[in-house]
Design a protein around this ligand. Sequence first.
Ligand SMILES: Cc1cc2nc3c(=O)[nH]c(=O)nc-3n(C[C@H](O)[C@H](O)[C@H](O)COP(=O)(O)O)c2cc1C
Length: 214
Amino acid sequence: MKNRQFNLTEQQLLEEIMLARRDVRGNRFSSDPVDHSIVKKILEAASWAPSVGFSQPWEFVVIKDKHIKQKVVDSFNRVNAEAKNQFSNDKQALYTKLKLEGIQEAPVNIAVFYRPSKLPVLGQSSMLETGRYSVVCAIQNMWLFARAMNIGMGWVSILEPSEVKSILNAPDDSEFIAYLCLGYVKEFLEKPELEQLKWEKRKPIQSSLYFDSY
Ligand SMILES: Cc1cc2nc3c(=O)[nH]c(=O)nc-3n(C[C@H](O)[C@H](O)[C@H](O)COP(=O)(O)O)c2cc1C
């Protein structure tokens, strides 16, 4: 493994996995159970992520209990009912048709928390938020590794963080970052669903790119 160099085929494989990763919602999960060894691999992949000062400030709650899931669905429904109002009328019509979570349909849910260190962290003194960014790096590792194992993952953010914390008995000093739904899928879409449904377009990288200064 030391100083391992990757060849073109391997680079293309990683590119393929990145391009094939999708956000998966309820209508596409299959009910096939996911073995715990697979969940463990995905969580191990999370732990290989970079983190500020190697602080590894992530914590995970694996949820399979349908009663607990239902409480999270209830929180989603409350927040989602309000969320559509921020969009213009024509977008509201499309919004109400979107399936934006797969909490019950996915056999495994994972809530991800940020647990700030009580001691100073190398690299975090002037940018406290780098702790949260580290947790998001772990989530991206999970998303890609899950896809490499043909497991779909969806990120649900239409939730009230204080409600999720209370449902899961999270400690006061933890911060809720993400609610993830995982499972085998009937179909991985070729393009983001929001692109297919014309909610958003993919930006060409040139439109986000500057050289030397803005
Ligand atoms: C931080 C974050 C929060 C998200 N929250 C939701 C959500 O609440 N519901 C949902 O359906 N998709 C959610 N998504 C998924 C995005 O809609 C999705 O990533 C985007 O449309 C691109 O599609 P793709 O992931 O399939 O490439 C979230 C993604 C991220 C990164």
